[in-house]
Design a protein around this ligand. Structure first.
Ligand SMILES: NC(=O)c1ccc[n+]([C@@H]2O[C@H](COP(=O)([O-])OP(=O)(O)OC[C@H]3O[C@@H](n4cnc5c(N)ncnc54)[C@H](OP(=O)(O)O)[C@@H]3O)[C@@H](O)[C@H]2O)c1
Length: 253
């Protein structure tokens, strides 16, 4: 039975990856800080599931050893954990912004570096990294988050090219807005209905992501609305994209 390790499985898209991969017959290793949530999820799943509490902002380098100690070989790594912060860069706490880079970029590099060599040796397995449409252009008022996802996207696409033909799949998943705890953590006024058009559910993100992984794709945008929107975005001049997104994302207060 193949084993998938999912970071950020205590909520949202990671929780869905766990449920859908369990339904496909994967054993699981669930990683996040909130172990209580992971244990609750593990108890609800029909498959062998290990829970590893880990703060990826500081302890990502320990994770490979902790998983090895469980006697588990990881066939699929899902780099999903991540967060963003909304607001003017100069107004946001710089330490918390640096934490975005540690979780969304540094931990992705650390875990990929730990698990990929074994996959290449076995000539099987793969890595799914959840980037974002936010990584497809500079994003005023989510400047660090957008840049962190540009890193995740470019790193993952480059790896896809490096490992092609070696039996290992590498996929970047780039969702547009998905209603999860992400918005609350980032500081959006979700109660005020500040959601964007084209939002899709986490279940659809994961279904489409796994279908793309099965096909061996390099990168994908789930949901037809955002897939088409990003095609137009890709050929729009950066000056126009920056002006439009600066207005769209400018905090109202
Ligand atoms: N929701 C969206 O609109 C959207 C759109 C595009 C991309 N994404 C990306 O999708 C991924 C999943 O986000 P989501 O929407 O499912 O958000 P979410 O519901 O807030 O889930 C985020 C997950 O990341 C984990 N996490 C955050 N900081 C962590 C840390 N320091 N150490 C370990 N785990 C940490 C959280 O677990 P703990 O708090 O328990 O540690 C949680 O399980 C993220 O990379 C996000 O940037 C989201």
């Amino acid at each position: 039975m193949p084993t998938a390790l999912i970071t950020g499985a205590s909520s949202g898209i990671g929780d869905e990856f766990a449920r859908q991969l369990a339904a496909r017959g994967h054993s699981l290793v669930l990683v996040a800080r909130r172990e209580d949530r992971l244990n609750e999820l593990a108890n609800a799943l029909p498959t062998t599931t290990h829970v590893v509490g880990c703060d990826l902002a500081s302890d990502a380098p320990d994770l490979f050893g902790r998983v090895e100690a469980l006697g588990v070989e990881v066939d699929l790594l899902v780099n999903n954990a991540g967060f963003g912060l909304r607001g003017r860069f100069a107004d946001l706490p710089v330490e918390r912004q640096a934490e975005i880079v540690r979780v969304n970029c540094e931990a992705v590099v650390t875990l990929t570096g730990a698990f990929l060599p074994g996959m290449l040796e076995r000539r099987s397995g793969g890595i799914i990294t959840v980037a974002s449409t936010a990584g497809m252009q500079p994003l005023p008022y989510e400047a660090v988050y957008g840049a962190s996802k540009a890193f995740a996207l470019n790193f993952t696409e480059a790896l896809h090219a490096e490992v092609k033909g070696n039996g290992v799949r590498v996929l970047a998943v780039n969702p547009g807005p998905v209603p999860t705890e992400w918005q609350q953590v980032a500081g959006y006024d979700t109660a005020g209905g500040e959601m964007m058009p084209g939002a899709i559910e986490a279940g659809q993100v994961v279904r489409e992501a796994l279908a793309s992984y099965d096909k061996g794709s390099r990168s994908m945008v789930p949901g037809r609305f955002f897939r088409n929107f990003m095609r137009v975005n890709a050929v729009t001049p950066k000056s126009v994209k920056l002006a439009v997104s600066e207005r769209m994302y400018r905090p109202k207060r």
